[in-house]
Write a protein that binds this ligand. Structure first.
Ligand code: ADP
Ligand code: MG
Length: 477
């Protein structure tokens, strides 16, 4: 045994492995392994990534244990050198000792035999009748980078996405995971990357797929016994975009097949882009082994857009649609709908529809009526920001001045009025209102409300101002 080299030992192991796994799995999971050294009875092998190591451990550990014992005896041990980060660099491999190889195999070995012959690939995305397999990318051309308005809420994700599109597969973000709440532009951004990548590299195969569709296709393939075609199809994509991967939660078989595909693509330097509606750590029902994979790579989150970005998004849509809407209406919409971009767009579309149906010009009044109906179901209130804006406009003050510490009389009064309306028209706490109005405490807000009430009782003109303002602020008219 002493004369044996690492290579010989490993080759003997492979002989046995070969008989126990499908050719495709052998090619995917064992071909890339390099025997490094054999010291005493410890064989060191080099694997391309941490993920690869985890996969081996999860799926092939019993087999590997058996063959190592057979070659090196019961004292035989295996160590892994892991190449850092798929970059091909091997200078600083981590050596990971595989302790007493456990047999706690949760899943049976995934066996996914795939014929390497040129089988015709059956998949709904494939355009039939073409010699070279062409894949319809399933991208919505409207979801381009040009149409994706940049703001503080999305800057990082956007630039990461852009970098990915310049060098699919050959960048630091693989896989790129984009996450954020509903309606914040995940699907748009993910598709923008696909569109841009296709533009830069027309020969690359780009595919966008909703994870629900992926799941259905997989289930169908199991039913129809066409799993090979399914896997094979996805393994030939250069830029694979899977939207809303949180739906894979609890679907272990689909997760397995997905990560099989994922790893194959990753090994080949293909790009994978995923989106999810929450951060990787918060996704339940997806194996941690798989999630840990994402934590290393860049996850880019999308936040709710701020006021300026909301206005910019509306302006862009309006410009693209070639319609005319006054600044006043745009601002009203941007101030009132703060939740997400989809709702913002929905409101705009409703207003347009309403105006063209009734042949009415889009006025602020129409907008107010619409919004009221549009967001009725979701208990809605006017925002402190909007109140401040209307009050400032009314007194011809800059919002920043109102929020500043200045004690100038007219500013103090406008600030008090804004606080008064915020107290009466929103559910915000006194503390919150104070914070929004120049960092005041709750006592200041209470004092402001009292002052405004007193003035209304004693000063008719003041009362008239307040009533006029109230009408302006009020969302229902
Ligand atoms: P998600 O997938 O996160 O639920 P979507 O990508 O479907 O959200 O976005 C919802 C709508 O909002 C889409 O019509 C999209 O074009 C639009 N949208 C989101 N973010 C932006 C942005 N930054 N600029 C322009 N439009 C956006
Ligand atoms: Mg989406």
């Amino acid at each position: 045994m002493k004369e044996k080299t690492a290579e010989q030992v490993w080759n003997n192991c492979l002989e046995v492995v070969k008989d126990n796994v499908s050719p495709q799995n052998f090619k995917t999971w064992f071909d890339p392994i390099k025997p490094v050294k054999l010291l005493e009875n410890i064989l060191t092998i080099q694997v391309p990534s941490q993920f690869f190591y985890e996969w081996l451990e999860e799926h092939y550990i019993t087999l590997i244990k058996k063959v190592i014992r057979k070659e090196l005896g019961t004292e035989g041990r295996l160590e892994y050198n892991i190449v850092m980060d798929g970059s091909g660099k091997t200078e600083t491999p981590i050596t990971m000792r595989l302790p007493n190889i456990s047999t706690n195999l949760k899943n049976p070995i995934v066996s996914m035999p795939i014929d390497t012959a040129n089988n015709p690939i059956k998949n709904p995305f494939v355009i039939p009748g073409l010699k070279k397999v062409q894949v319809e990318s399933q991208l919505n051309p409207n979801y381009s980078f040009e149409n994706f308005v940049e703001g503080d809420c999305n800057r990082l994700a956007r630039s990461a996405g852009f970098a990915v599109a310049q060098k699919p597969g050959g960048n630091a973000f693989n896989p790129l995971l984009i996450y954020g709440n509903v309606g914040l532009g995940k699907s748009h951004l993910a598709q923008a990357i696909g569109i841009e990548a296709k533009k830069n590299f027309p020969n690359k195969t780009v595919l966008y797929v909703q994870s629900e569709k992926f799941i259905t296709q997989f289930i169908d393939s199991v039913k129809n016994n066409t799993q090979n075609d399914f896997v094979h199809f996805y393994q030939m994509i250069d830029v694979l975009i899977i939207d809303d991967v949180q739906y894979l939660a609890g679907k272990e078989k689909t997760q397995d097949v997905f990560f099989h595909i994922f790893n194959h693509l990753h090994q080949l330097g293909k790009q994978v882009i995923l989106t999810a509606d929450r951060a990787p750590v918060d996704i339940q029902g997806i194996e941690q082994r798989l999630l840990s994979r994402f934590k290393w790579d860049l996850s880019a989150d999308l936040q709710s857009p701020g006021l300026e970005t909301r206005i910019a998004i509306l302006e862009k849509k309006i410009y693209n649609d070639g319609i005319q809407i006054s600044k006043e209406v745009i601002e009203y919409l941007a101030y009132s709908i703060t939740s997400n971009v989809r709702e913002l767009e929905g409101a705009l579309i409703s207003i347009q529809a309403q105006s063209s149906l009734n042949k009415k010009v889009i006025t602020l009044e129409l907008a107010k009526n619409m919004i009221d109906k549009f967001v009725k179901s979701t208990a809605r209130e006017v925002s402190i920001d909007y109140i401040q804006k209307v009050v400032c406009d009314y007194f011809d003050l800059a919002i920043d001045t109102m929020k500043s510490k200045t004690r100038k009389r007219e500013v103090v009064q406008a600030r008090q009025i804004a606080m008064y309306f915020a107290k009466n028209m929103t559910k915000s706490s006194l503390a919150t209102i104070g914070m929004h109005c120049g960092g005041k405490d709750h006592a200041t807000v209470l004092h402001a409300c009292r002052t405004v009430n007193n003035l209304m009782d004693t000063d008719k003109r003041f009362k008239a101002y307040i009533e006029e303002l109230e009408k302006k602020i009020s969302i229902s008219n």
